[in-house]
Design a protein around this ligand. Structure first.
Ligand code: ADQ
Length: 469
């Protein structure tokens, strides 16, 4: 909660503050910026608008005053460890996340999780309301905070309120399972602009609005019974493309890419997967396809290596612990069955890496495999394209990602169709250079032009224009 008298004209509200609390070897505690696309996109807007960022600092039971870090004014929201369990790991990660990703894993519905979600959303809304100046713009991020727009509007009708959903919005047949479906939709209708990754997500939301409220919709416009209008449409998120390309041109990073290939035994083809270890990412489907190709002799471990980076994620949620066991069992089996002393089939890495290393991995990879079963956007696909300034490399991309709407010359796959996925992997491995370049050129045009700055400026411009008279 804020206790200073500072008021600002632009407020971002997200579950996590864009900083991590770190303790150095000598015991010194400090805040380290966690570099992500959102911070990169919003930092300039923050600086020119006297902005503040409201969010949870990432540790339970931490009482903190507002502070400045890395040029950002940060307003911490306190969560108790019980709230972290119920609001974050429970309702956000074990109810909404699986529900919004096509129930790939079963969502769990618990009333005490919902109650914590409401209470925490109220706290975020109160923190935003107390830091926002008269007539300020507040931009609320993501599915953990869907009740905040309405709560804020009730407290502060003078504000202009935007909301962006980073994950999909499900079709009504799935969404309607949610016992609190009406409250969530009404929460979002508190915004002036509700942004989604894909037009299909915006349409799903509008259909939920029609089914659950008396509001009317026409294309991207929604009209509420009190006459207020809002916009619900797609604003596909992107990356800071130029900075990825710059890193990829650095001689030390290019040398590192060469070193990675050498360390892998200089196979003819390096394939790469980079995902949070999440059941939405289709890592198991990818491993199954690769394992079968090895079993059938369509690819050999001497020629082809798969590097799979699986970033640790949500390890206190049961479904994620089980997934980790399954994936690691499969990797172990494939390596045991097909590996040789000098060539491993899969190089599996269960940890985070600095951005430089991720760029080197992308440069080293002839084929990038993105096989998500459902993904709001998938930034990894765009990062691979931004890095490949040499114009080479093949992106195998699931049609169930938001990125597939934009990267139309990728090799698009349905990851549920294992035979189709296997054929696409072989096609990627064997693709002639001229075709690789032609496909990559079209994708690079898209990713370099429509970067994350374009995303935030478009959203904020339409938010400014949406202000009801
Ligand atoms: P995520 O589900 O986290 O994001 P994604 O879009 O791929 O998925 O973003 C992951 C980011 O983390 C990428 O920038 C990637 O480079 C980075 N990363 C992954 N593994 C890493 C590792 N081991 N070390 C370092 N960095 C790593 C959610 C939605 C997506 C949506 C984004 C943004 O699920 O659909 O694209 O938000 O809106």
């Amino acid at each position: 909660m804020t206790d200073s008298s500072r008021r600002v004209d632009f407020v971002v509200v997200s579950n996590r503050l864009p900083v991590d609390h770190v303790v150095d070897d000598d015991g010194t505690e400090r805040w380290q910026p966690s570099p992500g696309g959102l911070v990169t996109a919003l930092s300039p807007v923050m600086a020119t608008n006297d902005g503040a960022w409201v969010g949870w600092p990432g540790r339970a039971d931490l009482d903190l005053d507002e502070f400045d870090a890395d040029g950002l004014h940060l307003v911490p929201v306190r969560l108790s460890s019980d709230e972290v369990d119920r609001y974050y790991e429970g309702f956000s990660n074990d109810t909404l996340w699986p529900l919004y990703h096509d129930v790939i894993a079963p969502p769990h519905y618990h009333r005490e999780w919902w109650e914590a979600y409401v209470a925490v959303n109220e706290r975020f809304a109160a923190a935003a309301a107390s830091i926002a100046a008269e007539g300020a713009t507040v931009w609320v991020q993501d599915y953990q905070l869907q009740l905040v727009p309405r709560m804020l509007r009730e407290a502060r009708p003078d504000l202009t309120i935007g909301f962006f959903n980073h994950i999909p919005f499900p079709p009504y047949g799935i969404y309607s399972q949610l016992p609190w479906r009406t409250q969530i939709v009404e929460g979002l209708l508190g915004a002036d602009v509700v942004g989604f990754q894909r037009p299909a997500d915006a349409r799903n939301f509008q259909s939920a609005v029609r089914r659950l409220t008396t509001a009317t919709t026409s294309q991207t416009a929604i009209r509420l019974p009190d006459g207020r209008r809002l916009v619900a449409k797609a604003y596909p998120i992107s990356i800071d493309s130029a900075s990825y390309e710059q890193l990829a041109r650095r001689p030390d990073i290019r040398e590192r890419a060469r070193q990675i290939r050498e360390d892998l035994g200089n196979p003819k083809v390096v394939m790469l997967g980079v995902d949070r270890l999440d059941y939405t990412k289709g890592i198991g489907h990818r491993l199954k396809a690769f394992g079968e190709l090895l079993a059938e002799g369509r690819v050999s471990v001497e020629d082809v290596t798969l590097v799979q980076v699986a970033t640790p994620s949500r390890e206190r949620v049961d479904a994620y612990r089980q997934l980790r066991d399954e994936i690691e069992l499969t990797v172990g089996r494939i390596n045991g069955d097909y590996g040789t002393i000098s060539h491993q089939a899969i190089s599996y890495l269960h940890h985070g890496f600095p951005r430089e290393e991720m760029v080197a991995l992308c440069l080293a990879a002839d084929v990038m495999l993105v096989t998500a079963l459902r993904d709001g956007m998938n930034l990894v696909a765009k990062e691979y394209v931004a890095v490949r300034h040499d114009g080479d490399g093949v992106l195998v991309l699931s049609e169930f990602t938001g990125a597939a709407d934009e990267l139309k010359t990728s090799l698009r796959v349905n990851p549920h169709d294992i035979d189709g996925l296997k054929d696409a992997i072989v096609q990627a491995i064997e693709m002639p250079q001229a075709e690789r370049r032609r496909r990559m050129r079209a994708m690079r045009k898209r990713v370099l032009e429509f970067d994350v700055a374009y995303w935030s400026s478009t959203f904020l411009r339409e938010l400014a224009a949406s202000k009801n008279p």
